[in-house]
Design a protein around this ligand. Structure first.
Ligand code: BEZ
Length: 425
């Protein structure tokens, strides 16, 4: 079957939200009336907590990222690319010198919240960016929402933050967990197999990703051959029992989501048990992304994945970004670095628009909503109804390219905004 066939089912899920929805509309649609937001327990008599938010002096950006455990490389990639972007613009935005204060969230929601409080209340940052894990992001939501502090999420995809728990104070430059997976489910049904075994880590992101994939796969008529397999998070432990369970289920295809150290553990075991090349692997792109491919080796060959970026996307911004990142770090760029790069650009463009003034949060929110630029992934723009980025989703295939493993784009599924509710997984 021609992989470029566009089906009506796929079209059903594509949502092109009109641009130009005002902040008032956003707040109404979020079910949150600005004037009646319950004041957070930490609000002081003179306004929001923390002194951050000014017009002069250094622009302080708090970074909340994992620098330890299985997602450490994700945190480092985001940090390196953000710094690279800021260096490229002379470390200055809106007339203010950029100062970054980075904290390790360790993948733990309670630590993430403690570090957020430290950044906002002690360091008095102007805004906070980062966050890799869905669990940490959900744990931060109420703090930022209730205290009207800006959080720009550079990875964590928790669907709920674009749905029941969306907030005018939270933007996401990366993806919702639904975005790469829902389009992939229909594609996999049409192009790979009709019977699947699914595997993912047992935390919010794992459940979101599986739900998005299965929603479209099953709507097309696809079947799951066993109950979804949810493995321990963050440390999977010995992968052997999980791979054995897959072997015994004899599926025609395996779908999975893993990232960082867990992706390496899962995919290497998939190869060692002889499943690579035997049972097609279809996955959320993080599982075989450029940060983990060198460690996964040939076990990843032939894996098909859905994601909003690929190293070899041929556009001027991506070519410049990937070359500069390799120059700076000695490594190929990966999707997390790309998201960090775009996050830095969102901060720079919005801060320039308000001439460095972060004291008027409504004005700054309006400036962030209006940001649009050519990104390494294609055009970058937010869905004004949710503050989540709208992404083009690609299908990639792990191939040996001149002696190195890379994700080669084999299909372009088009543009997807998160549906804003749970109706499609
Ligand atoms: C998440 O927890 O949302 C996540 C982590 C790594 C890759 C993708 C999503």
């Amino acid at each position: 079957m021609d992989p470029r066939t566009t089906t009506s089912k796929r079209e059903e899920g594509r949502r092109t939200t009109p641009r130009g929805v005002s902040r008032r509309t956003f707040i109404k649609s979020a079910g949150i009336l600005a004037g009646t937001v319950a004041a957070g327990p930490l609000l002081s008599a003179c306004g929001a907590i923390g002194g951050g938010g000014g017009t002069s002096g250094p622009l302080k950006i708090g970074l909340l990222l994992p620098y330890s455990d299985i997602y450490a490389v994700l945190g480092e990639s985001i940090t390196d690319a953000m710094k690279m972007y800021f260096e490229g613009i002379g470390n200055e935005v809106g007339g203010r010198t950029i100062e970054i204060i980075a904290e390790d969230t360790q993948l733990k929601p309670d630590i993430g919240l403690e570090k957020a409080r430290k950044l906002v209340e002690q360091d008095e940052v102007d805004l906070v960016a980062g966050v890799v894990s869905s669990g940490v992001a959900v744990g931060l939501r109420d703090y930022f929402h209730e205290n009207k502090k800006l959080l720009i999420i550079a990875n964590a995809g928790a669907n709920v933050l674009t749905r029941a728990k969306k907030s005018p104070y939270i933007f996401r430059t990366s993806f919702s967990n639904w975005q790469p997976n829902w389009p992939l489910g229909g594609w996999a049904y049409e192009n790979v197999a009709k019977k699947v075994f699914v595997s993912a880590p047992d935390y919010g992101a794992g459940h979101d990703m599986v739900s998005g994939f299965l929603n479209s796969f099953q709507a097309m008529g696809g079947e799951i051959v066993a109950e979804p397999q949810f493995t321990p998070f963050p440390q999977m432990g010995d992968p052997a029992p999980f791979i054995t369970e897959i072997q015994q289920a004899k599926p025609d295809m395996v779908y999975c989501f893993y990232s960082g150290g867990a992706a390496v553990t899962f995919v290497k075991a998939y190869g060692e048990f002889g499943l690579t090349g035997d049972i097609p692997l279809v996955c959320a792109g993080f599982t075989v992304e450029e940060d983990v491919l060198p460690s996964e080796g040939d076990a990843a060959l032939g894996a098909k994945s859905g994601l909003h970026w690929a190293l070899q996307l041929d556009n001027p911004t991506n070519n410049a970004f990937t070359a500069a990142y390799k120059d700076k770090t000695g490594k190929d760029a990966n999707v997390f670095a790309m998201q960090g790069y775009d996050t830095a650009r969102v901060i720079a463009e919005s801060l320039n628009a308000v001439e460095g003034n972060t004291s008027d949060v409504d004005q700054l929110i309006g400036a962030i909503e209006a940001v649009e630029f050519p990104s390494p992934r294609g055009t970058f723009k937010f869905d004004p109804a949710t503050h989540n980025v709208i992404n083009n989703v690609y299908v990639r295939d792990v191939q040996n390219v001149d002696g190195e493993l890379h994700n080669v784009v084999i299909d372009d599924l088009g543009e997807f905004a998160d549906p804003g509710d749970d109706s499609k997984g």
